[in-house]
Design a binder for this molecule. Structure first.
Ligand SMILES: [Zn+2]
Length: 285
């Protein structure tokens, strides 16, 4: 039995940490004096129920739920959520498409073979869902196209569509009073491409939107710990530099690696090496 525990991040923000074994993402709640906004629905009924029971223990009840993007691990728990849900128009369209799919092993395996499902997600899905494959993904209730602000009572939450390589519909949640930014999966690579990738254009466009927010704490939906200001800035810089160098050196991995290493004045770590590889994959596409 998985027992993740709710974590209080600030006076107004709590979250349920991710669980890597079955790819459960962070779920969060932002509470003002009048309303509470929930982020994402979880990757299964049991994930959603665990979150709701943890919230109930802390006397928190959601009023609306916002989805960060359409991927299964963020939306499969939606039917368990007894409140109105919102998402980007593109997220909505993808969910409607997903409603038509079967989630039995054979159907999932076929989609992996034809390249429309990711092996890593298929494995996580089978583990998380067990034999309960009667998945009904509820259509979200409200859609938006770019940006909305929730006045929760003494605290605000801005939701904005930022796109990016991971998923074109990616939306972030920002709490200005506490300088907390929920990134969803937007900083991760495109995993539906033949080779996982970042592309210069999408990175630049996404980061120009993210940079308007003054951030002290940033939460990646699959990151074990929140990022502090420096770590967050470093991640954005890494994406900017890796995609820039991949273009400048026309996908030459040695030149890109050497240049990045000399910029940082040290050998590269695993995240940096991987980001360079994904940026080169993006350049070559
Ligand atoms: Zn995702």
């Amino acid at each position: 039995m998985i027992m993740q525990k709710l974590v209080r991040l600030s006076e107004h923000v709590v979250y349920l940490p991710p669980y890597q074994e079955t790819d459960r993402p962070v779920l969060a709640a932002i509470s003002g004096e009048r309303y509470t906004l929930l982020m994402d629905a979880g990757n299964s009924s049991s994930h959603a129920k665990l979150w709701l029971s943890q919230l109930a223990e802390h006397n928190i009840k959601g009023d609306w739920l916002v989805l960060t993007h359409w991927h299964w691990d963020h939306v499969f728990g939606l039917s368990e959520m007894p409140i109105p849900s919102l998402c980007n128009t593109e997220t909505f369209e993808r969910i409607i498409e997903m409603q038509k799919l079967s989630w039995e092993d054979q159907a999932i395996d076929e989609r992996v073979k034809e390249g429309t499902e990711i092996l890593f997600c298929a494995d996580a899905m089978k583990k998380e869902l067990g034999s309960d494959r009667n998945i009904r993904i509820k259509a979200p209730d409200i859609t938006f196209s770019s940006k909305m602000t929730f006045n929760l009572g003494g605290i605000t939450c801005i939701i904005e569509h930022v796109g990016g390589d991971h998923s074109p519909d990616s939306t972030v949640l920002y709490v200005p009073e506490e300088k907390i930014l929920f990134l969803g999966d937007c900083l991760y690579a495109n995993m539906y491409a033949k080779e996982w990738c970042y592309t210069r254009e999408k990175v630049v466009e996404m980061i120009s939107k993210l940079e308007q927010y003054d951030v002290e704490i940033a939460i990646l939906s699959h990151g074990m710990e929140p990022l502090n200001k420096q770590e967050y800035k470093a991640f954005l810089e890494l994406l900017i530099n890796a995609t820039d160098l991949a273009n400048r050196f026309k996908g030459d991995i040695k030149q890109v690696t050497d240049e990045m290493s000399s910029m940082l004045k040290r050998p590269l770590n695993e995240l940096e090496t991987e980001t360079i590889q994904f940026s080169i994959n993006g350049y070559r596409q």
